[in-house]
Design a protein around this ligand. Structure first.
Ligand SMILES: [Zn+2]
Length: 132
């Protein structure tokens, strides 16, 4: 799926993040979460070792390994008050604007409790909603 590029990678509070370069209207598809497909059982095993934080479950069989730097969606950081959401569209994992995103605003996804527990428990969540 070819989408216009409405974002850039830039420094955020927690490392790199994906930022809107123009206003993104609510419901707009922003970026595809791309990568090699690996069977879910194998992904669970990798997750248990915390060896890869870019695994994203696509469906009941496959998980996307989004660790490639070509996968722009991997730069989307977690927020407990996210402005985008993940959605499968014709078998592809897409990030869609959940609300209108202003130019310059960081694009965020709520990766869910499991992710927060696994990767953010040590430092605590540093998203804007949690720091306020
Ligand atoms: Zn948070």
């Amino acid at each position: 799926m070819k989408l216009p590029k409405r974002f850039r990678v830039a420094r955020s509070k927690t490392g790199l993040g994906l930022f809107a370069t123009e206003k993104i209207p609510k419901r707009t598809l922003i970026v595809e979460y791309k990568g090699r497909l690996i069977p879910n059982a194998k992904a669970k095993e990798i997750e248990r070792r915390r060896a890869n934080k870019y695994l994203f479950e696509l469906n009941n069989r496959w998980t996307i390994d989004g660790s490639s730097r070509r996968n722009m969606a991997r730069y989307v950081n977690h927020s407990c008050d996210a402005n985008a959401e993940a959605e499968t569209v014709r078998g592809r994992m897409m990030f869609r604007a959940e609300k209108t995103i202003a130019a310059g605003e960081e694009i965020t996804i709520d990766y869910g409790e499991e992710y927060v527990e696994m990767f953010l428990a040590k430092t605590g969540c540093k998203c804007a909603a949690c720091l306020d």
